[in-house]
Design a protein around this ligand. Structure first.
Ligand SMILES: NC(=O)c1ccc[n+]([C@@H]2O[C@H](COP(=O)([O-])OP(=O)(O)OC[C@H]3O[C@@H](n4cnc5c(N)ncnc54)[C@H](O)[C@@H]3O)[C@@H](O)[C@H]2O)c1
Ligand SMILES: CC(C)[C@H](C(=O)O)[C@@H](O)C(=O)O
Ligand SMILES: [Mg+2]
Length: 348
């Protein structure tokens, strides 16, 4: 089994190193690795954020473990050269359309949540985010208006096949969990969302056992703070899922805790923390590696068919937290390596 390792920029190398330590400690037979350059690191080395040789590794791999991309030095580059094109390019090239972002509070971290403990303790939701469409991949650019004003535009669009595919992901996830699916859109304003809602309703006929609800995204953002425990599975588009998942991270304690899996039709997956390259703390040993360690666990579960090993990683993270492992984002002082040490010490 070949794992593509793409550390990327900022804290990416720091957190990938800890996930690799944990994977190595599991001593899984037949696991091989191939590292590739992505993001600003790739641009600075070879002039492109997603070089052909990296894409080749990704295509050959059984799974991708991705750190993060993003480098302030590159923010003024033409869009196609910016570091973020690495993650967007991988999602598109490999058809990675189904982005699973679980948010479940670890009891030990209920106090770390921005919400009251009793509100945070009820959180156990999964955001199923579509990641091959929406404004991310629509026609975009800069132009001049008739009266000479600069104008930026990004076309939002979804076709029914894209919506149908992610809707099935949402319904299947809800069926395997607590049987509730909330589709989040902005159908009171957007035609794209009206199609989204219409297709989700069409698909719901195949899942009579799943309770479907619909929520406008502004209300969903408010409900995520007011009563996050109401949610089981949320299915939504690329842009809304990006925003709601970062918000959900603070409900459970830190963005340094949330893992993700992005899957295609053949269950090849890209696994990464939902956070970014955190340039404000890069190189300081302050990064919490647990979201990346948990992403490695999702990789073992979803792409490599090793659920027992995935369980070992999740149990070790929970035990490390129970043993008091806390990085600065969790109110502690442990550095990135020490957090990795704590997980290794807790691994059974
Ligand atoms: N998938 C990705 O690669 C990805 C995701 C989000 C943002 N980005 C990129 O990352 C760069 C920085 O973006 P941003 O600052 O808006 O978002 P960010 O997620 O990198 O950081 C937001 C805040 O959370 C903190 N943080 C993030 N991860 C943490 C961790 N593991 N431990 C402790 N604290 C952590 C950061 O220090 C920062 O204060 C940008 O270039 C952006 O495009 C990349
Ligand atoms: C870096 C950016 C393109 C990316 C996204 O918006 O999908 C990030 O925010 C994420 O959540 O993975
Ligand atoms: Mg994001």
């Amino acid at each position: 089994m070949l794992i593509a390792l793409f550390p990327g920029d900022g804290i990416g190398p720091e957190i990938i190193a800890q996930a690799r330590r944990v994977l190595d400690a599991l001593a899984i037979e037949g696991l091989t690795y191939e590292e590739g350059l992505v993001g600003g690191a790739a641009y600075k080395a070879v002039g492109h954020p997603l070089p052909p040789e990296t894409l080749d590794i990704a295509r050959r791999a059984d799974a991708i473990l991705f750190g993060a991309v993003g480098d302030p030095d590159c923010d003024s580059l033409e869009r196609h050269l910016r570091p973020e094109q690495a993650i967007l390019g991988l999602r598109k090239a490999l058809g990675l359309f189904s982005n699973l972002r679980p948010a479940k509070v670890f009891p030990e971290l209920a106090d770390a949540s921005a919400l009251k403990k009793e509100v945070a303790s009820a959180i156990d939701l999964l955001i199923v985010r579509e990641t091959n469409g929406d404004v991310y991949f629509g026609e975009k650019g800069m132009r001049k208006t008739p009266d000479g004003l600069r104008e930026g535009y990004d076309i939002m669009s979804y076709n029914e096949e894209q919506v149908r595919k992610i809707a099935h992901q949402g319904f299947q996830a809800a069926r395997a969990r607590r049987g509730k699916l909330c589709s989040v859109d902005k159908a009171n304003v957007l035609e794209t969302s009206q199609l989204w809602r219409d297709v989700v309703i069409e698909v719901s006929a195949e899942y009579p056992d799943v309770a479907l609800s619909h929520m406008y995204v502004d209300n969903a953002a408010m409900q995520l703070v007011r009563d996050p425990g109401q949610f089981d599975v949320i299915v939504t588009g690329n842009m809304f899922g990006d925003i709601l998942s970062d918000q959900a991270s603070m409900c459970v304690g830190s963005i340094g805790m949330l893992a993700s899996a992005t899957l295609n039709d053949s269950n090849q997956g890209l696994y990464e923390p939902i956070h970014g390259s955190a340039p404000d703390i890069a190189g300081q040993g302050k990064a919490n590696p647990l979201a990346t360690v948990l992403s490695a666990g999702m990789m073992l579960r979803y792409s490599l068919g090793l659920p027992e090993q995935a369980d070992r990683i999740e149990a070790a993270v929970a035990k490390a937290l129970a043993n008091g492992a806390r990085s600065p984002d969790l109110g502690g002082t442990m550095n990135t390596v020490e957090m990795g040490d704590a997980v290794l010490a807790a691994l059974n």
